[in-house]
Design a protein around this ligand. Structure first.
Ligand SMILES: Nc1ncnc2c1ncn2[C@@H]1O[C@H](COP(=O)(O)OP(=O)(O)OP(=O)(O)O)[C@@H](O)[C@H]1O
Ligand SMILES: [Mg+2]
Length: 348
């Protein structure tokens, strides 16, 4: 019987997916993993817009995948979450927590009362008399978080924690003692991509980009005049017999979108490099369904001049009776980064 368990729940644009982990003396075990697709429009840019549809998908997921618990750790990632590097005067942790709302208003685009805020200390800088806490300020629009929590509750589940999706990716994919001292992790979704740069597990920089694989599908759909599902199949190269001229058109649409996406990543990385000169990124690790797009890793590699590898969030875990065979596990690997990382946040 598993010991302590935790469930991470990722509400993405293309589907809801969850991972249940158990935690014992022997390490962490993936007990269950499941996902259910969402229709277009139920989640927009990382935010639940159709609560009933998302709740129904969650109920289906729970019925079909055998999750035991009802408590979930939820992730958020969209343009209504602000992550900034901020320096605050040193103070004890409890005092910091209590005074945070008073200290950070100037950094926020919204009244602090309308946000859920958190501060992750990354460095303590002592310079003569002055002692400063450098860290990442995370502020999420309360209304947006509550919309996502509302869908969870409507499905009969309970969100016991809410975490930044990037931090979840960091937990499941970032190796504290990996080959690289500083890595950039990029989770490419359908509409939202998360970039987090870390050194040995310590986040240094976070950026949420509103682009992903769906932009590529849309571009193919437009170029070829195809309905969405067919454009998706052309993109994933899962249908045969696409005429050569159409294949060429689709490839050029993919190329164009890739160029825009890679450029977005490059400018974020340049911005990071300009403000964190002491910790150069040594390699890039990709996760998310969008990382399966043919050519994305190669393109990033040639533009960033750094090795780009695919994430393996499951390989560090024992695998319990998930009901998935090895091939299925390999297939869900890129999608497991977020839910696994969310669950790790609860049990670590
Ligand atoms: N084999 C494949 N080849 C190319 N693209 C793929 C493949 N499989 C999935 N994708 C793309 O991955 C994207 C979905 O990724 P993911 O499931 O990580 O996103 P999401 O979490 O649902 O959405 P978001 O994070 O943007 O809210 C889609 O755009 C889909 O087309
Ligand atoms: Mg996602």
């Amino acid at each position: 019987m598993p010991g302590r368990t935790a469930i991470g729940l990722d509400i993405g644009t293309s589907g809801v997916r969850a991972a249940e982990l158990s935690y014992g003396r022997g390490g962490v075990t993936l007990e269950k993993f499941g996902q259910v697709a969402l229709p277009e429009g139920a989640v927009r840019d990382g935010e639940v817009v159709d609560r009933a549809v998302v709740a129904e998908a969650l109920k289906t997921l729970w019925r079909g995948s055998g999750f035991k618990g009802k408590k979930v750790a939820l992730g958020v990632a969209n343009q209504r979450v602000v992550v900034r590097q901020v320096d605050l005067p040193w103070m004890p942790a409890a005092e910091l927590k209590a005074s945070l709302p008073l200290q950070v208003q100037d950094y926020l685009p919204l009244p602090v009362a309308d946000c859920l805020i958190d501060f992750h200390v990354t460095e303590e800088i002592v310079d003569g008399e002055s002692r400063v806490l450098r860290g990442l300020l995370v502020a999420a629009a309360r209304e947006m978080v509550m919309a996502n929590v509302g869908a969870v509750e409507a499905a009969g589940l309970r969100a016991t924690s809410v975490d930044l999706t990037s931090f979840a990716v960091l937990r499941s994919v970032g190796r504290p003692n990996g080959e690289a001292a500083t890595e950039a992790l990029v989770d490419i979704g359908a509409r939202v991509s998360n970039l987090v740069v870390h050194s040995g597990g310590q986040p240094r920089f976070v950026r949420v980009l509103l682009s992903g694989g769906q932009d590529v599908t849309d571009a193919i759909s437009e170029r070829l005049g195809l309905p969405g599902p067919l454009a998706e199949a052309v993109k994933q190269r899962s249908i045969e017999g696409v005429p050569e001229d159409e294949r060429a058109l689709a490839d050029s649409a993919v190329d164009l979108m890739l160029e825009v996406f890679v450029d977005d990543i490059r400018s974020s990385m340049n911005y990071y490099a300009a403000s964190n000169g002491g910790f150069p990124v040594e390699r890039v690790v990709l996760s998310g369904g969008g990382s399966l797009l043919h050519g994305v890793a190669e393109r990033l590699e040639s533009v960033l001049h750094k090795p780009v590898v695919l994430a393996d969030p499951i390989s560090g875990l024992h695998v319990g009776r998930t009901g998935l065979d090895e091939q299925q596990l390999a297939a869900v690997q890129p999608l497991a980064a977020v839910p696994v990382g969310l669950a790790l946040g609860v049990i670590s």
